[in-house]
Design a protein. Structure first.
Length: 271
């Protein structure tokens, strides 16, 4: 019988060397939902995404997509890393980067087909960057670079989209374009998981919220998860309670988990 869940994570633990970054994490994700992954710096948000696309090995547990172990799907999962993890000096154009979203379908050697070019054109138009198609990726603003990686993910036609801090340091126009894309993906039943430090955004623009800090603190509706008690468990002394009940997070501390430097052209492609 077909599983009702698009993504199932069963008791996974992930480590950098001997240092455990995520431990005993389990959850199930249905089709087409939009999930905010929230936690302090060093909580393991980036580590979770890298494990979900096979860039980091599991010490324990398993990950199932459509009921099959990770690695059985060629282009099912698209991953948009944090911008600072990408070497933007890589000499490629915007169109080159977006076309990389098609390589899992045809391989790295095969010439792009007419369908590939059409998918790239549609993605560029959807993100309002068609005029930048022949521009060097290194010449773009941060918001434009973010849109390019979103276009690449869209061209991949994924069932699951993972986005690591996509709203960090971008302009309001790019943020609204991003949410417009997410609404489009919802209509296609694409599951979207986004890490963010913005509690208000998580509370108001997402179906579900996952709160983590080295492990799963809470997972469910924003109203249930973003309680003061759960936030205190996750953020500890970094949580500030202001007059009127406003909750702010002090992000002054450096992350504990190490980031993997990711070239534009290779290791972030899901096999």
């Amino acid at each position: 019988m077909q599983t009702p869940h698009r993504l199932e994570v069963e008791n996974i633990s992930v480590a950098y060397g001997d240092k455990i970054v995520l431990q005993n994490v389990s959850f199930q994700v249905p089709h087409g939902v939009r999930i905010a992954i929230v936690g302090p710096n060093g909580a393991g948000k980036s580590t979770l995404f890298k494990a979900l696309v096979g860039l980091l090995p599991l010490k324990t547990g398993k990950i199932l997509i459509h009921g099959l172990p990770l690695g059985n799907h060629k282009d099912c999962v698209a991953y948009v890393p944090q911008r600072e993890e990408v070497d933007w000096r890589f000499p490629v154009t915007v169109r080159d980067v977006v076309m990389m979203g098609r390589f899992n379908s045809n391989g790295w050697i095969a010439r792009p087909t007419k369908a590939d070019h059409q998918a790239v054109d549609q993605a560029l138009e959807k993100l309002n960057i068609a005029a930048l198609a022949n521009s060097s990726i290194s010449d773009l603003s941060g918001g434009q670079q973010q849109r390019v990686f979103l276009a690449r993910a869209l061209a991949q036609n994924p069932h699951i989209l993972l986005m690591d801090e996509p709203f960090s340091g971008i302009d309001s126009t790019t943020q609204e374009i991003t949410f417009g894309l997410l609404d489009h993906l919802r209509s296609r039943q694409v599951t979207v998981m986004i890490s963010t430090h913005d509690l208000n955004l998580a509370a108001n623009r997402f179906d579900l919220v996952m709160l983590i800090n080295k492990g799963l603190v809470a997972f469910g509706s924003p109203h249930d998860v973003l309680s003061q008690g759960n936030l205190q468990k996750a953020f500890g002394n970094s949580l500030l309670v202001m007059d009127g009940g406003t909750l702010l997070v002090d992000e002054c501390c450096p992350p504990d988990d190490e980031h993997l430097h990711m070239p534009i052209s290779s290791s972030d492609q899901v096999k």
